[in-house]
Write a protein that binds this ligand. Structure first.
Ligand code: PEP
Ligand code: MN
Length: 263
């Protein structure tokens, strides 16, 4: 169902005053984790000022260590809604439990399924029963075929609002957190009719190469970019090393928008 052979026209997903997969590019920005109302309001104000309409923020965090911050849970989703309503933004947040798919729709505009859960088939099926658009990230070591089949799980259950995110894959390379597979972008655009975004933060795990990676993604045909921003990254409860602070984010936006590649 997600194949170009089934549908030649691009899928365009419209939420509030935002379209993804259409003529214009989209920027998704926000903190790795929702930590507090104040933290989220500071980020939301910066997004609004930079013209970003879609805010990300994790409430359920799939952390490598069980001793690390696990997220604020439902309270985090409630904060996303409260702050997004105040600033007129749409929201994306990750859900990790099929039991939370339904309630999540009350608080957020897009449900993210993260890399670690790309092949959590019960979660994919639950996402397919939902009518909330789904943002599906490529698994840490998933082939493109596996990625596309994961999207097919969702669409085959009746939810055709799916966005794919390339977020880097595991390789032997150590100078980036993951290896951004730029070739995934034209292949996914060619093989499927779904919108494709590139998460420059989790793919690289560093802050100094985000602009060239975002430009490369857009030049390769990506429909948008995801990036993490935090008011005070050194104190962040997750991904402290890779989040941009607000001035860095503003510079990133200026450079990406100024490149002429962001439509
Ligand atoms: C995230 O976007 O918050 C995240 C955990 O990313 P990924 O699933 O790509 O690792
Ligand atoms: Mn993160």
């Amino acid at each position: 169902l997600v194949s170009r052979k089934k549908q030649s026209a691009d899928t365009v997903i419209t939420v509030k005053d935002l379209s993804i997969g259409g003529a214009s590019s989209v920027m998704v920005a926000g903190p790795c984790s929702v930590e507090s109302r104040e933290q989220l309001r500071t980020v939301a104000a910066a997004l609004k000022e930079s013209g970003v309409k879609l805010m990300r923020g994790g409430a359920f965090k799939p952390r490598s260590s069980p001793y690390d911050f696990q997220g604020l849970g439902i309270e985090g989703l409630q904060l996303m809604k409260e702050v997004a309503d105040e600033f007129g933004l749409a929201t994306i947040s990750e859900i990790v439990d099929p039991a939370h798919i339904e309630i999540a729709g009350q608080y957020i505009d897009f449900i993210q399924i993260g890399a670690r859960n790309m092949q959590n088939f019960e979660l994919l099926k639950a996402a397919g029963e939902s009518r909330t658009p789904i943002v599906l990230k490529r698994g840490l070591a998933a082939t493109l075929e596996e990625f596309i089949l994961a999207a097919e799980y969702i669409v085959s259950r009746g939810n055709n609002q799916v966005i794919l995110i390339e977020r880097g894959i595991r390789t032997y390379e150590k100078w980036t957190r993951n290896t951004l597979d730029i070739s995934a972008v034209p292949i996914l655009k060619q093989e499927t009719h779904l919108p494709v975004l590139v998460d420059v933060t989790h793919s690289t795990g560093r802050k100094d190469i985000l602009v060239p990676c975002a430009k490369a993604a857009l030049a390769a045909g990506a429909d948008g970019i995801m990036v993490e921003v935090h008011p005070n990254p050194p104190t962040a409860l997750s991904d402290a090393d890779q989040q941009l602070d607000i001035p860095q984010f503003q510079k990133f936006m200026t450079d990406v928008l100024g490149s002429g590649l962001f439509k």
